[in-house]
Each structure stands twice: as C-alpha cells, then as structure tokens.
Write a protein that binds this ligand. Sequence first.
Ligand code: PMP
Length: 457
Amino acid sequence: TFQGMSKERMLEIRKLNCNPMTMKVTYYKKPVFIHHGFMQWLWDVDGSRYLDMFAGVATVSVGHCHPKVTKTAQEQLQRLWHTTAIYVYPQIQEYAEKLISHLPEPLKVVYLTNSGSEANDLALLMARLHTGNFDAITLRGSYHGGSPLAMGLTSNTLYKYPVPSSMGCYNTMCPDVFRGLWGGSHCRDSPVQTIRECTCSADQCHAKECYIQQLEEVFSTTIPNRIAAFFTEPIQGLGGTVQYPKNFLKDAYKLVREKGGVCIADEVQTGFGRTGNHFWGFQTHDVVPDIVTMAKGIANGFPMGAVVTSEEIARSFAKGLHFNTFGGNPLACSIGSAVLDTIKEERIQENCAVVGTHLLKELAKLRDKYEIVGDVRGKGLHIGVEMVTDKASRDPLPPEAMAQIMEDTKDMGVLIGKGGLYGQTFRIQPPMCITKEDADFSVAVFDQALHNYTERR
Ligand code: PMP
C-alpha cells in the first residue's frame, strides 16, 4: 500500500476514473508505482530503484528534484505563487532575457504558455496572422500536441480523434533515412550511421532531393501554392527518434519561404542542450526558424511552454490580444531561470554530447551483435534504437516482443521509452545529468534483455 491505498485500488481508479485512455500508453504488464525521484533515479513504493532513461518523456532535463531548481521553487513559493502579466514582476523579464540570450537573431520576442500544445497552437495562429495564409504542413509521424489545433498538426492516428481537427493541416513524407523509401545513410547527422549503403555523396543526397520533391508536390497537388507554416521537430520524438538527411531542413525552409510561409521548429523534445553539440535542435540543421516552440525540458518537469519569434511576426500578432492566465507566472519563470542557470553551471549540454556520443557508440555495438536491432541513431541524449524482425526485411519487431524486452529491462532497473508508427523504436532520452557509468549500466541491462529475448524465442 501507499498512503493507505493498495496498488490494486490505484489501478482500479486509474482505469475507471482518471483519463482511462492513458492506460493505453502504460508500458508495463507489472506497472511501476513511482514514489520519489532524485536526479537520474526513481524509486518505487516498495523501495526499488530505477535508472530513469526516459525522464517522463524527455521532460526532466537537469534531474529529478534537482537541488538548485527545487530550492528556487521553494523560495518562490514562499514569496509569491501567482500573479498575471497585468502587473510587472521581475521573474518574467529575467526569464525572457535569459531565454533570448540562447537564441540567434531575429528571435527575441517571448510568449509564455503552460504546455507544448499551447505553444504550437499559438505558433500556428501567429503564422496565419503574419502570412495571411491558412495551411500548415507537417511531416508524417510527427507529434505537435493534443489540443484541437495541435492535434491537426500531429500526424499519428493513435493521437487523433475522428473529429475535423485538421482543417488546413497537411502532411508530407517523413524523410526517414532508415525506414523511408530512399535511404540516405551517411547523410544524417549522428555519430553512428545506418547499416544500409548510401550511394550519394554527402552534398548531393539523392534521398534529400526526393523528399524535397514530395514537399514541392504538396504545393502543386493539395494546397493553393502558398502556405502559412511548416512545422518540424528537428529530430522526431514520438515518431521514433527519426533523423532527416543532411540539408533536408535547409532546402525545405527555402521552399516554404518562397511559398510565403514561416518555418517553425518544435523544440519541445530537442531543445535546451539535449542534442549535445548545440543548444537547439534546429542548429544541427544549420537553419534559423521564424518561430520556435518549447516545453517539457524548459522547466525540468514543471508545467511551462514558450513561443519565441521575431519582432516582425510579433507585430503581426499584435492585431489581437493574447492573454494566458498561468502563462509566464512567477513560479514557472523562476524555475525556468534556475534550469537555464543549471544547464550552464553544470555544463549539461557538454554532458549530453560526451555521454550521448558514448552511449550511441555502445548501443551501435548491440546493433552489430543482434539481428533484431535494426538501427541506432540520434544525437546527444536524444537516442532511438529501432527494432526489426531481421535486418534484411526491416519488418518492425511486433508489439509483444517489444513489450517483453521493455518489461525485462524495467525488471533489471532501467526505464526506457518507446515510439515509432509501429511502436518499434526504443527511445532513450534521460535526464541530461546521467554519467558515463549510468550509460554503461543501461547498455549492459539492455544487452541482457536482448539476450534473454533471443534465447527464449
Ligand atoms: N511537441 C512535441 C515534439 C512533443 O513531444 C509534445 C509532447 N509529447 C508536444 C509538442 C506537446 O506538448 P504537451 O504535452 O506539453 O502539450
């Protein structure tokens, strides 16, 4: 029991009274009943410890209950919980100034929200007002949120209700170098490459050209040759850590701008140093978006989101009045500030580069060892391991097999995530404070789980 409630009762309430749909995404046959956490660790109600390699879906950025962030939150809780932007309070200015110091020109106007869905809603509205166009394009398999507008942008049926949420939202093929039609193995930006041979040169990527042509065809077949917004995650998260061929985003941005649209980077999973070499995922593609949306890691798990754009777009958005009761409240802003300070002081971005690259290389050894590990990819601590029945067919490993490997990994003390259109990709996006030893431990556990599965088969 926990605080007088049995595990059975907790599950009963969860299944009946507490958004029962969430049980669909509950990973384990024997669920984990979380009690508390510290940095990269979680403890269950029975006192067992887990290495958290998924961070509540890439959300706990600097560590569970990070002492500095927690202390800042406690101090702010004693001073002031809430007031709104009707008044001037220091935390919101301090936060905006700190955040834009991490962004390139011309991104310097900040709007604060409480979630990623809200941030993407706002970004779409801004794009429509600024361009005078209506349509938006996203990549297949993308996730941009669950609110009515953001659900339209999201391209994964599991998260879409059969209501007309998608008016004006269209998809183009996702330039997935592993599973996509055209490959592109040495073109993606990762310390490890796919095992499929790529025949193009790095500058003249055949796969990239084909995917850009797909995007062009949306303009000539589906929408009236102009567009409001092109949304992309710099690396797809829920889609299964999908990376695009080199220069795909660069060419796509150019095309979208020619068609009158603005380019929006959804940094909800990729931002705040996670990709290691850069603070933002878009920087790994050498592009500057017109609008950037953020959430999740922004406040280490405290509800917060943000949209950052240029003064020019902000002027177009000033045609109406946008107000958000909780967005930019003093508590969220002080936590967000402490997170930015911690990333800097504890060299978190560098840790993502060093530990992430090490982890990727160790996982690539498992790809070479096991027939069912099809691909290892990602950057920094944004990693995907795509599972297949065999390397030749690349058929997705069935859900029961994925579940068995995950359950085993959990029973040995490591929590990982899952994604991809077929649920075929394990996702590793831990708190960004993990060490090389943690990385080695998680690889050893995963190795054992793969061994167990292969033996039992
Ligand atoms: N964008 C991306 C890339 C996401 O992964 C998510 C959440 N999984 C969202 C937007 C929506 O964020 P929220 O759940 O905070 O609304």
